[in-house]
Design a protein around this ligand. Structure first.
Ligand SMILES: [Zn+2]
Length: 307
């Protein structure tokens, strides 16, 4: 089991798709959590942290570190600060957007998601090191899925916290391309960076930690080639992922309310444009595409999540 490669002082709370994994680091001087899940799951996030603190007889949580500010990675920040009076560290290039809580720069409105407002206390600067639990980790820029995302690398134990830049089979939606900003080239460069590092274990943002890094990079590259060779492929995939994500939160939703949400989500309006669909056509296509792929079903007048 790859998880045996984890040195003492690190635990991975594997979550699902709505909440990103949380990585718990503990040592004598420092107790930290990397990524805090989605706000709808904040109760479980608090419980997981409390249980780990009790299990290891730790006084409290010092720091929460966010690899990037998508709602599934930082939605528990506000609740964790309230419960543990901990500090929040975010990628340096998001500094002003969070100070101003600028809805145009932060992704929540654009992607149709929720995130309770939080304040941060420090920054993650690519090239610098940060203490998490017992070990120093390098902060690495990892643009592509999100232009501001970072990864965290522990050289001595060859561990990589890859966030959504590399999963066992793929990577997170290349969102910038949905609204005409570059992302494909950045994903390729981030994969090159991962390949250049000695890595024994990847702790991804979603899914189990894995050891076959070369295999996953090969899968990711072929996926990238597929998406980049026709931007409408990325738009189709991104739109389906956004609706599926929302549907996991809703579980079931009246189809008219689903349509309202789609129409009011700017990233989806951009995707419709890239697909050369007008809104009525897109509102027909998108829920049906989820049903066709087996990710949802229609029951009476509701779109229902299929796990
Ligand atoms: Zn993400």
């Amino acid at each position: 089991m790859p998880i045996r490669l984890l040195p003492p002082g690190i635990e991975v709370f594997e979550r699902g798709w709505l909440s990103a994994n949380n990585i718990f680091h503990f040592g004598d001087e420092n107790v930290s959590l990397v990524d805090s899940g989605y706000c709808a799951h904040e109760g479980l996030t608090l419980e997981l942290v409390r249980n780990a603190l009790v299990k290891h007889s730790l006084p409290g949580l010092n720091t929460v570190v966010n690899t990037h500010l998508h709602s599934d990675h930082c939605g528990g920040n506000a609740a964790l600060v309230k419960a543990f009076d901990c500090e929040i560290l975010i990628p340096a290039s998001e500094d002003q957007a969070v100070i101003d809580w600028d809805e145009d720069l932060l992704s929540y409105q654009n992607l149709g998601q929720e995130c309770p407002r939080f304040a941060h206390h420090g920054l993650l600067v690519p090239g610098q090191e940060i203490l998490l639990g017992r070990f120093l980790w390098q902060v690495l820029a990892a643009p592509g899925h999100d232009p501001h995302s970072v990864m965290l690398y522990q050289a001595e134990h060859r561990l990589l916290i890859s966030a959504d830049a590399l999963w066992k089979e793929g990577f997170g939606v290349i969102f910038p391309e949905l609204w005409g900003e570059p992302g494909f080239e950045e994903v390729a460069q981030t994969l090159d960076l991962i390949e250049s590092l000695p890595v024994s274990l990847v702790i991804p943002g979603h899914g189990k930690p894995f050891t076959d890094v070369a295999g996953s990079i090969a899968i990711a590259r072929s996926r990238l080639d597929y998406l980049a060779s026709g931007p409408e492929r990325n738009a189709r995939h991104g739109a389906k992922v956004l609706l599926k994500y929302k549907l996991i939160e809703w579980r079931a939703k009246d189809i008219d309310l689903v349509a309202d949400w789609i129409e009011n989500t700017p990233a989806l309006r951009s995707a419709a444009k890239q697909l050369n669909m007008d809104m009525p056509e897109f509102l027909q296509w998108l829920p049906n595409a989820l049903v066709k792929s087996g990710a949802a079903k229609l029951e009476a007048n509701s779109l229902v999540d299929v796990a």
